[in-house]
Design a protein around this ligand. Structure first.
Ligand code: SF4
Ligand code: SF4
Length: 125
């Protein structure tokens, strides 16, 4: 998620859409090149069309993005965390918001509020 100058919150495109955008960047906007991509070992390969593939995959789109970021950062966690392609230092990478393997659009969703630390009932002594 990103806040614009007029304080409007812009949602990050979903992981599959971000993957497609990244593949378009990778091929300099050549959809045909994405279709013919020879890098079958790229973690994003099954998701390069921006859709869930018809076959079973080991990775989810989010985990595939995480793996791509590991490749990109030579498996150094600090480099992924401090990736400069955040839209401020450098042009924003389409995978940036998902680089830590979490979906920022879902940060407020899920979980049982009763089990959340700040909502836990006080101990009775
Ligand atoms: S699957 Fe990987 S190598 Fe192929 S276009 Fe996408 S990012 Fe590039
Ligand atoms: S978000 Fe950063 S680490 Fe991940 S692929 Fe993009 S440039 Fe590489």
């Amino acid at each position: 998620m990103q806040e614009t100058s007029c304080n409007k919150v812009v949602k990050t495109p979903p992981p599959l859409k971000s993957t497609r955008n990244y593949c378009l960047w990778c091929t300099i906007n050549q959809p045909k090149e994405i279709r013919l991509c020879p890098s079958g070992d790229c973690p994003l390969y099954p998701f390069r069309f921006g859709k869930k593939p018809r076959y079973e995959t080991i990775l989810t789109p989010l985990l595939a993005i995480r793996e791509r970021c590991k490749d990109c950062s030579v498996y150094e966690l600090e480099r992924i965390r401090n990736c400069p392609f955040d839209g401020k230092q450098e042009e924003k990478c389409d995978l940036y918001d998902y680089r830590m393997g979490k979906n920022p659009n879902r940060s407020q969703i899920g979980g049982n509020p009763l089990f959340k630390k700040h909502n836990s009932t006080p101990k009775i002594e």
